[in-house]
Structure formats: C-alpha cells, structure tokens
Design a protein around this ligand. Structure first.
Ligand SMILES: Cc1ncc(COP(=O)(O)O)c(C=O)c1O
Length: 388
C-alpha cells in the first residue's frame, strides 16, 4: 500500500511502545512502577471541572471560532501580559489549539518551507523532530552537555547555523532535562537569532512547574526584535493537570498567528468548546491549585534527587523545572533502550530511554507519580543499577 512519502522517515514513538508494553504487563496483573508518564497524576481542580460542566449544561456544545472563544483569548492575552510581560492582541495574535503539541505543529507548518533547517537542542522533546520532518524541514539536532545543564549555549547555536537555518526551538523549562534557561542565556540565544533573522519557537508548557527560586523568562519579552521573531507556545495540560482536555495556545506576530489560524481552520477547527470554558476558569480563578501541585511535585523532586545522588555510577543535573529527572547511566555500560527494557522486565519499573530524546547515555524518569510508587520504584531502580 502506498503511504505518503512525507511519512517515510517518521520514527515510531518509543515512549508509546514502552507505554503499551507496561500496560500489557499491568493488564496481566503485574504491579508496575511507572516513571514513564508525561502527565501530572493530579486530577483537574474542581472549579475548572465545574466551569466545563456548566458550559455543557448551558449548551456550549457548538463550534466556536477556529482560534478559540474571544473570552479565552482575552484571558490568555491578560496572562501573557501579567506573567510574561508580553503584549499579544487577542483579536489577531493568539490562537487556541488542541494542546501545546498542536500549537508547535501549526507554528512549524506556518514557518517552515521544504529544505529549511530547524535547530533542535538535544536532549529534546521527541515530537519536535517529527513535526519538522512532516513540514518538509530538516531537523538539525545539536547535542548539549551535562556540564551546561543540558542547555544550548549561544556559541553552540552559532556553530550549528547554516544559510538554510530558519528556526530554533527553545524549550524552557525543558522536557526531558527539567533545565531552565536563565535570562542571560536566553539573551545570548536571542541575540544570535535576531542577528540572523531566525524564528524562535519557544515552548513554555512547563512554565508554572519551576523550583528552587528559578525564574521563568519568555524569550519574546527580551527585546522587540526577539518578540518579532518568536512564537510563544503554552497550554493547560501541565499547569492545571488538564492533559485530557486538549487545550494549548500560542502568541505570535500577526502574520504567523493568522497563518496558524488558517492551518487550524482547515484541519481541526476550534478546540473543544466546553474545554475552553474550563480553561477560562483556570486562568481567571485562584492560582492556589497550581501552587499546591508545584509544592507537592517539589517534595517528590527533592526525594528523587536525594535517592539518586546515593546511587553509584549514575549522575544527574538538578532539574529546576517540569517533573522529570534525566539520569546519566553512561557509566553503567548499557545503551538506554537496553537499560530500560531490562529494568522493566527485571523490576517492573518503567523509565524512558534517552535515545528517544537524542541522548543514548541517559534515561528519563518522571516523578508525576505517588510517593509510594516513587519510593518502591526507586528501591528497585537502585538495586537494578547495582546489579548492572
Ligand atoms: C515539551 C512539551 N511540549 C508540549 C507538550 C504537549 O502538551 P499538550 O498536552 O498541551 O499538547 C508536551 C507534553 O508532554 C511537552 O513535554
């Protein structure tokens, strides 16, 4: 059967493969210790759910404008202004989508031509690569170093640039590293991008999950030149535990936002109408729920880090954001896929191999799991590392 040539190079998702394997084990009655998940284990806060229920009861069940309800775009515009010092006009610069994932995809589709190069610092969130390929672009993966906390430096960025470079993807706080770029680091990157007129796709989905006094800075807020080249992506999945609601958004210069809206109107149309009403409640309501979740995640993060620091031959950079710890298993002498396969079959612990993120010397564990799971899972992980 002929499948489109655009899909020929598309890599199957390693994370989904691990997910199905662990689900099959669970279904057969085996206790699984899941460190693989990319979603908060909390339920969506009650006031957000109530807003969506009211929306349904009030008949908010029809199409909305493809870029989302105006009231939501206004609330997002206000959020951008207050949290990120960014002015995006709700009429023409904000597009609400079915998740930050779709916002990233739409932005790449809007900006990338056949053969354009997109710089992606590794370790990276695995979907960026495939999105660029689907748009006909060429992903240029630039490895970062553990000593730089897995963050791309301006000179690494400069060295990776060619006349075909069209975009750089910046993800801070990052998945899988949890690293948070400082304002100085972002300044240096934006300076290079501005000099060469390169678009910046800034994925800020983990903005609210940030620890140890780290500060989240939106790269678009640094200078008007950076603002003019940046697409700022964010969403509700991680901050408000709303992964299943499928809601994200972007703010961008008007021509890009307009192109994104056009793509969306011909592909998925608007995101779910009553989810949008929930999102309005999320942004306008008390932010205590976000603070509570962050506090709980921080307790788990500290516990995980203290345990890992005691395991010989593995290292980790302290993650200041998101809910992941990237563990360097290079000294244990196994490739990351082999490591997680054996970890799963011998100890029932699920982790994600770094090869999925472009770094085979690491594995990612997520601490978006209950303390009980974390404790037992880490006992088993430690035992396994000692056996290898
Ligand atoms: C870096 C990053 N960006 C975007 C997303 C997608 O978020 P959403 O659920 O809003 O599509 C994820 C989800 O795991 C992510 O890790």
């Amino acid at each position: 059967m002929d499948i489109s040539s655009r899909l020929k190079e598309l890599a199957p998702s390693l994370t989904l493969a691990i997910d199905s394997k662990s689900k099959a084990m669970k279904a057969s009655g085996i206790d699984i210790y899941g460190f693989g998940t990319g979603e908060p284990d909390f339920d969506t806060p009650e006031h957000i759910k109530a807003a969506a229920v009211s929306a349904l009861e009030e008949g908010c069940t029809k199409y909305t404008t493809s870029s989302g309800l105006f009231e939501l775009r206004k609330a997002i515009s206000e959020k951008f202004r207050l949290d990120n010092h960014l002015e995006y006009n709700p009429d023409s610069q904000i597009v609400v989508s079915n998740g930050a994932k779709q916002s990233c995809y739409n932005a790449i589709m809007a900006c990338i031509e056949e053969g354009d190069e997109v710089i992606i610092p590794a370790p990276y969130w695995l979907s960026y690569l495939e999105m660029v390929r689907l748009a006909g672009g060429i992903p240029v993966v630039v490895p970062t170093r553990e000593e730089s906390a897995w963050k791309l430096t301006a000179s690494e960025f400069e060295n990776a640039m060619t006349p075909k470079t069209k975009m750089i993807i910046v993800n801070s706080p990052g998945n899988p590293s949890g690293s948070v770029y400082t304002v100085e680091e972002l300044h240096a990157i934006s300076k290079v991008a501005v000099e060469e007129g390169i678009y910046i796709l800034s994925d800020e989905i983990y903005e609210k999950l940030i620890y140890d006094g780290a500060e989240h800075v939106s790269i678009a807020s640094l200078t008007s030149e950076a603002y003019g080249l940046t697409i700022t992506v964010n969403g509700f999945s991680k901050a408000y535990a709303m992964t299943g609601w499928r809601l994200g958004y972007l703010g961008a210069p008007e021509p890009i936002a307009c192109a994104v809206d056009s793509i969306q109107s011909h592909s998925t149309s608007n995101p779910c109408s009553f989810s949008q009403r929930g999102a309005i409640a999320a942004l306008k309501g008390s932010q205590q729920c976000v603070a509570d979740m962050r506090e709980e995640l921080n307790l788990r993060r500290k516990y995980v880090l203290s345990r890992i620091s005691k395991i010989p031959r593995v290292t980790t950079v302290i993650p200041r954001g998101a809910f992941y710890v990237l563990i360097n298993i290079g000294q244990l002498g196994l490739g990351s896929q082999n490591f997680v396969d054996r970890l799963l079959s011998k100890t029932n612990v699920v982790a994600i191999p770094g090869i999925a993120f472009g770094n085979d010397r690491t594995i990612r564990i997520s601490y978006a799991a209950s303390m009980d799971i974390i404790k037992t899972g880490l006992d088993r992980f430690e035992e396994f590392c000692q056996m290898v």
